[in-house]
Design a protein. Sequence first.
Length: 210
Amino acid sequence: MTRLDTIFSLIEQCDIFADIGTDHGLIAKAALAFSKKVIASDISEKCLEKAKKLLQASENTEFIVSDGLKNFNENPCIISICGMGGHTIKDILTDYFSKNKTAILILQPQNDVHLLREFLVKNNYTITHDVAAREKKKFYCILKAVPGVDKLDSQQILFGKFYKHKSLILKEKLQYNLARLKTYTLFDGKITQKNEDLINLVKEALTWQE
C-alpha cells in the first residue's frame, strides 16, 4: 500500500480524532468516517486553509492553529502526526506526554523512526503496528502505538518491531539501505567500521526476509 493508504488503514472508531500538521487535510478527511469529531491542526494558518477548503462541508470538524497540541482544549482519543521529522514528532509528543498519555498514536516520521520507537517504549507505549510503505521510489515507516508497557531489542529499534515477519516492501527497503550503506566510503574506498557494523546488521535483518 502507499503511505496514505497505510495510514488510513490504521484509523479506528473514536470520539475525537486529531490530525497534527494536517496540511491538505487528507488524513482528517479519512478520519471523518470513524470519528464523532475531527480536529485538523497546523502551525501555519496558510496550510490550514488547504484543509478548510477540502473539509468545508463537514460540520463535525474543528480547525486549530497550533504548535503541536499546545492550543487544544480537548483531549483526543487518537492523534495522528505524519509527514514530519522524527525529532519534531518527538518534541510534540514530549509536550503531550507531560500532560496526558491516553491517546492512540498514528505516526509517520520522514526520518529517524528508530528514535521514535525508542521514545515510545520509554514512555510506556506499545507499538501495535510497524509498517513499511512505499510511495514511488521512497520508503516510509508508519507506527501505531497504544498506552502500555512494551520492550524492543536493538534490532527492533533499528528495523521495526516486526522485522522478522516477511514483507516484500520491508525486504526492498532493507536492500535499498544496504546498497546505500555500501556507497559510504572513505577517500581510499574503504568502509568505516561504523558502516561495516551497520551493513552486517542489515544483512542479518535481511535473512528473515529470505
